[in-house]
Design a protein around this ligand. Structure first.
Ligand code: CMP
Length: 509
């Protein structure tokens, strides 16, 4: 038996296996390092085969039984053949034609081929491995129990490959807040993740099947993106619109590499804390591997944009303001405020005819009313009655809404608005919207009534402006049909009458 087997080995397949190995090992020199590494196991098996063949010959010559050695030689030969075939097919031939087979498929096919080879060897040696497994209930139970986890991992790995829920190259984490890494390979037992800190996490496939997995940057039908958030703190006294504008310009003008343009980055006012206002830049990252470097670049941009605008970042701090509220301090504060209001009065054309005392009286009645860009100062159709004086910024006068909305005029520093409802008692004729941050002062109906009573000439001035504004409104509304000058004069007279009536003024002045 031993001699037959020995001759069978020597005369038969060994030559072919060695030849195949030689061809593959010369081809693999031009292949990848991974392919060369894969040939190591078949090389060792082939060497073991050759050694056992020589041993069979030697032991046979000395007249001892060589059955065991011959079986081992055959097993080594067949396993070496399977290994060589695996390298040739999966690591040389298929990559040449551009087919890449998942690693787990290579592992499973090789494992099955090796098992078949061992069963064949067992048969040759006179015992049936399959019979052993099927007839021995205890062995089957023990094997099944021992392989429970392994089979779970194997099935998990195959399922992951089939449904493509996780692919090589994906960035994943085992649940929110867990360490993350890039999938480098999915094997029959585990999936390997490489982290940014050069660690490799080995995750059993069954864990990936049972637990929640976060796949970063994946969204149906969208390119790969990950949202990042960079917080920064600014003194709470700085107008938020200014901060948002400055940082937006710093980021949008010249886009940071790896920052996606779609979805567009956002600059947001998040919160006000103990001693500072919290803002953030949210942007979408294109290449997940470079998250921290891109964040850093965004922080640099924010820092310099703020610096250029004369703003600086705040650090969290606790400040205790202790102020002695003395009469002197109160007077000083009042004087400063009055000076600010007087400057505002001086900027508004309407108050030009007023003398110094009248200006002081008006200034005392004013209320500082700032608006952020985009805010609506007054709405068309509303019933409130007060006059706004614009001392800084730009506002748009608009009529209509949505697609029918039209702009009637732009108002700038030194102009006033809201006079139409105030003087005629009619609802607001238009909406006034802040195009930039606005510094306005507000005069209420009672204070204005007092002023007009003391200086009836003002009504003339206002009526003239009001008539012109009405005309502009009418022409935008498409109601400009009469001769313009004639209509203006009539309108002015008509308005004067209504204004005087509304404020109960005498005809004589
Ligand atoms: P009022 O109608 O109270 O509220 C809206 C304000 O918009 C209105 O007063 C005017 O002050 C202003 N307004 C309306 N039409 C014009 C215009 N053509 N030019 C400038 N301002 C206008």
């Amino acid at each position: 038996m031993a001699t037959n087997l020995y001759h069978l080995l020597i005369d038969g397949h060994t030559v072919w296996v060695v030849l195949a190995w030689a061809v593959v090992s010369s081809l693999v020199r031009f292949g990848t390092a991974a392919a060369r590494q894969r040939l190591r196991a078949p090389t060792v098996l082939l060497s073991m085969h050759l050694i056992t063949v020589v041993l069979v010959a030697a032991v046979d010559a000395s007249g001892y039984d060589t059955t065991g050695l011959a079986v081992a030689a055959l097993a080594f030969e067949l396993l070496a053949a399977v290994g060589v075939a695996q390298v040739l097919l999966f690591w040389i031939a298929l990559p040449r034609v551009g087919v890449s087979v998942p690693r787990i498929v290579v592992d499973v096919v090789t494992a099955i081929a090796s098992l078949i080879a061992l069963i064949a060897v067992g048969k040759r040696a006179g015992f049936s491995v399959t019979g052993l497994i099927t007839t021995s209930a205890v062995l089957t139970a023990v094997l099944g129990f021992a392989m429970q986890d392994t089979l779970g991992n194997l099935m998990g790995g195959l399922a992951l490959q089939m449904d493509s829920s996780i692919k090589v190259g994906d960035w994943i984490a085992l649940g929110p807040g867990q360490p993350s890494g890039q999938v480098t390979e999915i094997r029959w037992r585990y999936t390997a993740l490489e982290t940014r800190s050069w660690e490799t996490i080995i995750v059993p496939n069954s864990m990936l099947m049972k637990g929640q997995v976060v796949v970063f940057g994946r969204r149906q039908g969208q390119p790969e993106r990950v949202r990042r958030q960079i917080d920064f703190h600014i003194d709470f006294r700085t107008p938020p619109t200014e901060v948002l504008d400055v940082v937006r310009r710093g980021i949008f003008t010249d886009r940071v590499p790896n920052m996606a343009s779609e979805p567009a980055p956002q600059v947001l006012f998040l919160n006000v804390r103990d001693s500072y206002a919290v803002y953030c830049v949210r942007y979408w990252l294109e290449d997940i591997a470079v998250d921290d470097p891109t964040d850093s670049e965004v922080r640099v941009r924010i820092y310099f944009a703020l610096l250029r605008a004369g703003l600086s970042m705040s650090i969290p701090a606790q400040t205790l303001f202790v102020t002695a509220d003395t009469d002197e301090r109160r007077d000083r504060k009042q004087r400063e405020e009055q000076a600010r209001r007087l400057t505002a009065v001086g900027k508004v054309d309407l108050f030009e005819p007023l003398g110094p005392d009248e200006r002081v009286r008006v200034a005392e009645q004013l209320r500082h009313t700032p608006f952020a860009a985009g805010e609506v100062v007054c709405h068309e159709g509303d019933d409130d009655e007060c006059l706004y004086m614009l001392v800084r910024g730009e506002a748009a006068v608009r009529i209509g809404q949505g697609p029918t909305m039209r702009e009637v005029a732009r108002l700038g520093s030194g102009q006033f608005f809201g006079e139409m409802s105030l003087m005629t008692g009619e609802p607001r004729s238009a909406s006034v919207v802040a195009m930039t941050d606005l510094d306005c002062y507000l005069l209420d109906k009672e204070s204005f009534r007092e002023l007009v009573r003391a200086r009836p000439a003002l009504t003339d001035r206002i009526a003239e402006l009001l008539a012109a504004r009405r005309e502009a409104l009418a022409s935008v509304r498409g109601q400009a049909d009469e001769a313009r000058s004639k209509r203006l004069e009539t309108a002015k007279q008509d308005l004067l009458g209504r204004i005087r009536n509304f404020f109960s003024l005498d005809e004589k002045r």
